[in-house]
Each structure stands twice: as structure tokens, then as C-alpha cells.
Design a protein around this ligand. Structure first.
Ligand code: PCA
Length: 319
């Protein structure tokens, strides 16, 4: 009940355009370049719509835990959100392609893989009333440990931090013991001894201050995984066409900007690791060979379980 009734006509005159405000959950912290890029995306949308659409970013899993963000957008608890694309591999293996070791190891490969994956992913997301807005790769993933790793055997028995099913499989095949830990929880997981090794980007390693709890980094550059930003299709369809256009234009700009930020971080964050005392070394040929063997096994497993659309995406990529 309104205590002070305002005539409807007066209200409408005062607010000619109904401003929308969206809450946007994201999984990673404020020092993460993905989060910074998304804040710029939100600023651009606000400016381009004259404040008609205001997006409030809730970082580091503060509004929804990472694993719930996709379903929160699906059920329209929030209109928009970000997550790590390959965490949806349990729904369809098409989502997990970018985390297959040694399938796509450079930014060019990652862009090509995204083009190949996109039709299958758009279709799968559309079934859940979700629409991708943009996707940005992390720097290639490297190996962090407490001593130099010369062969895969050196990983045997290590408690290994994992962030998706592919990394869990990878760790298991290497004889390590995977433990799922979200990125913001990495420092605590190491300091309590829950984990003692990990594979992630120079960005996440440096942002977690890896030098506080481990000593060695080697750029095995085995895969280039991506984050994705999705919007609820029904919410998007309900926007004014000019606002829709502004969102799509800002999304395109965010993808391009995010890729450049990612590229720039690769070198800068490895330097930060080294400057803080981490020993950065090239992987030995024996280590690379062993890891490639694990990758080959994983790709065989993937192919034996993948949907036709996912296999089609792999064929398109490998063409
Ligand atoms: N950082 C995120 C995902 C991939 C990456 O480089 C993480 O470690 O959780």
C-alpha cells in the first residue's frame, strides 16, 4: 500500500524512461582482470543508455556462489552473470572443450576454438533461456608447486587444487589427489594444507599471492580456458530495442578489450611472480611429453562420451 498516493500521470511525467537496474554476480575478485573488464562493460552500458540500464557487479561469489550463478540467471533471480564456461561440462562436454589439455594452447587457437564451439553452446544455452553476451580467455594455464617438477611422476600423491572436472581428471591421471577449490579460497586452501599444488593462470597465481605458499612456477601452457557472460533471454527480449543494442555493442567491445587485457597479463603476471621470489622455469621435454600423454587419454575419453554437436565442434576446430 502506498502511504502517499502520487497520481500516476505525475509519476510518469517525472520519469519518462523507466530505468532498469540489474544485479550481476561474478565468481572472481576485484583484482581479476575479468572483473575489471566487466565493471567497464557496466559503465559503458550505463553511459550508452543515459542511465537507462544500470548493472551492479557483485564480485567474488558474493551474491551467488560460483556454482549457482548459471541457474540464478536461468531462473531469473538475476538477469545476467559470469562464470567459468567449462564448469558446465557436466551438462554437455561441448562446454568443456577449452579445458582439454593441449587442444588449444594459444590465444589464436582459443579464438578458433570459441568459433567452433559457439554454435553448440548457443544452442545448449538457448534451451535454458540463456544467451551468451561475451567470452574472454584466461592466460594459458601453468603449473605451481613447492619444488621443481621434472616429470609427471613428481606430481604423484600431491593434493592438487582443481576448478573443474577436466582438471580433476588431469590430476587423477597424473597420480595426484584433486580437491575442488574456488579461486578466492586458494590462499586459505594452501595455508591449511588442503592443497599443495595447482594449475592456473599467471593472473590467478599472482592475485592469490602464490609466493606466500609455494615456490615454483612453470608455464606448461596446456590450455586457455574462458569465462562467459550470459543474460536471460526473456529479460533481454523485454528491453527497449535501443537498450538491447547498447548492451550488445558494449558486450562486443568487452570481449575485444578482455582479450587484450588477458594477453597483457600473461607477461606482467609472470614477472610479478618472479619479482616476488617464485622460481620460474621452462618445463622439461620429459614433463611436456608426460603431460601430453595425459592430454591424449583425456581427449579419447572426451570423444567416447561427447554429444554429436560437441564432436561436430571438435571436427570444425580441427579442420
Ligand atoms: N583462473 C581461474 C580459472 C582459470 C584461471 O586462470 C581459477 O583458477 O579458478
Amino acid at each position: 500500500m502506498l502511504r502517499f498516493a502520487i497520481p500516476l500521470a505525475a509519476m510518469m511525467a517525472a520519469t519518462p524512461v523507466l530505468a532498469e537496474s540489474w544485479d550481476m554476480p561474478t565468481p572472481y575478485g576485484d583484482s581479476t582482470f575479468h572483473t575489471q573488464n566487466i565493471r567497464e562493460f557496466a559503465d559503458e552500458v550505463k553511459a550508452a543508455t543515459d542511465g537507462g540500464l544500470e548493472i551492479t557487479v557483485h564480485s567474488a561469489g558474493s551474491l551467488f556462489p560460483h556454482g549457482e550463478i548459471k541457474n540464478a540467471v536461468r531462473s531469473r533471480q538475476v538477469p545476467i552473470g559470469e562464470f567459468f564456461l567449462s564448469t558446465l561440462a557436466n551438462e554437455d562436454l561441448a562446454f568443456g572443450m577449452d579445458s582439454q589439455p593441449f587442444l588449444a594452447t594459444s590465444y589464436d587457437d582459443a579464438a578458433k576454438l570459441w568459433d567452433a564451439q559457439k554454435p553448440a553452446i548457443e544452442k545448449l544455452l538457448a534451451e535454458q533461456s540463456l544467451m551468451p553476451l561475451f567470452s574472454v580467455p584466461w592466460p594459458a594455464q601453468g603449473l605451481y608447486t613447492k619444488k621443481e617438477i621434472k616429470t609427471v611422476d613428481d606430481l604423484n600423491g600431491l593434493r592438487f587444487r582443481a576448478y573443474n572436472a577436466a582438471l580433476e581428471e588431469f590430476a587423477t591421471l597424473a597420480g595426484a589427489a584433486p580437491v575442488q577449490v574456488e579461486a578466492p579460497d586458494i590462499p586459505q586452501a594452501f595455508s591449511t594444507g588442503q592443497v599443495e599444488a595447482m594449475i592456473t593462470s599467471p593472473s590467478t597465481g599472482a592475485n592469490s599471492k602464490a609466493w606466500d605458499f609455494l615456490s615454483h612456477y612453470t608455464p606448461i601452457n596446456a590450455w586457455v580456458p574462458k569465462n562467459i557472460v550470459v543474460v536471460n533471454k526473456r529479460v533481454f527480449d523485454g528491453l527497449d530495442p535501443a537498450v538491447q543494442e547498447a548492451v550488445l555493442a558494449a558486450a562486443e567491445a568487452a570481449q575485444a578489450r578482455g582479450i587484450e587485457m588477458s594477453k597483457a597479463e600473461t607477461e606482467a603476471k609472470v614477472k610479478e611472480l618472479a619479482d616476488n621470489g617464485i622460481t620460474v622455469y621452462e618445463p622439461s621435454p620429459e614433463l611436456v611429453e608426460g603431460l601430453q600423454g595425459i592430454g591424449a587419454t583425456m581427449l579419447e575419453n572426451w570423444q567416447s562420451k561427447a554429444s554429436d554437436d560437441a564432436k561436430g565442434a571438435l571436427a570444425a576446430y580441427q579442420q
